[in-house]
Ligand binder design. Sequence first.
Ligand code: WAQ
Ligand code: MG
Ligand code: MG
Ligand code: MG
Length: 251
Amino acid sequence: MQEEMFSVRMRAAEGGSHEDGGFHISGGETLVAKRSLEAAVQELLQKALLHSRGDADFIQLVMERIAPHEILRVPPLPVITATAEHMHEGRLYAMRYLQTLCISEQAARKGIELLASQTNLRGAAIMSASSGERLDAGLQGVRATRMGWTEDGYKQWASRHTIASPRITEALALATKVAHAPFVLAELCWSDDPEYVTGYISSLKEGYVRIPHLKEKGDFSGGRVFYVSDDVQLEELTSYLEKTPILIDKG
Ligand code: WAQ
Ligand code: MG
Ligand code: MG
Ligand code: MG
């Protein structure tokens, strides 16, 4: 018999809930076996309570059982790390690299400018890879959820990658799910946490490319951009991102 699986989502804000105008502190999501549910909840609660962006006074945790037969399994994207000694080099690299992934110069610039100018984004911007126009409804952003690692998949990956950390494995699971999304050509990300300056550009074509400096320490800007092709069907994309359960498994 297949094990019961649960999706867990956390969001935390300061100064009230997000919908009441609170400042976004942290979010996180995972997909775990029922016997790991308590540990997963504890980890996400700690992430909300001990956060460099502030002191959360609103924390929401949602758990939902997921039918095991609906879960898709994919291997993690391959990971490489680019060279960039400082922010300007990192952003220049990102500008050029995005264009090799069929993102127009204008859309690449708009994506970088968006992340650099936002300090309170909870979900990812959906952006046209040709025009750079934002397409997510009401500019609210979309949160990818229902993704996690299998135990074996995680063990194998961590044994082969010395960089394994909760932040990186969470980002890689998200990037792997997003890379498999219909209509998505690439993702651009850097953290909104002021102490973490490494970001990435990921795609199904080239994998997960880490860029060591995409902002300067102390900066609260950051977020995610999902670049999509012109034939995008927003409902289909959003439903995949929010609903389709994905487990990252052994390569
Ligand atoms: N779906 C959509 N957007 C999200 C999600 C999600 N599940 N989670 C986070 N975001 C967006 C949101 O705007 C956040 O404010 C922003 O991304 C940054 O989230 O290889 O830590 O959790 O060294 O702060 C990447 C590099 C780290 C890791 C990313 O992001 C590495 C990170 P954070
Ligand atoms: Mg976070
Ligand atoms: Mg995160
Ligand atoms: Mg953050």
